[in-house]
Design a protein around this ligand. Structure first.
Ligand code: SF4
Length: 72
């Protein structure tokens, strides 16, 4: 099964380099979707479909900096 078949998690460029925010987002996600890669917040494609739609990451950014997109 291809990665991220059911859910895509989009991080807007404006927060990708904010390390403080990135740290909080990485910590909060229960299924380990986020990581710091080359000093930028990134998603791990192989984990995208594990997203539980818990909105904890969105509660941290409080705007559309992270978008959870259902592909089904
Ligand atoms: S909604 Fe929840 S499970 Fe999905 S990426 Fe955000 S924190 Fe992780």
């Amino acid at each position: 099964m291809p990665n991220g078949m059911f859910i895509n998690v989009i991080i807007q460029d404006k927060i990708k380099k904010n390390k403080e925010l990135a740290k909080k987002i990485i910590e909060v996600c229960p299924v380990d979707i986020f990581e710091l890669k080359d000093n930028e917040l990134n998603t791990k494609e192989e984990f995208l479909d594990e997203c539980t739609l818990c909105d904890l990451c969105i509660n941290i950014v409080k705007d559309d900096s992270i978008i959870i997109k259902k592909l089904y």
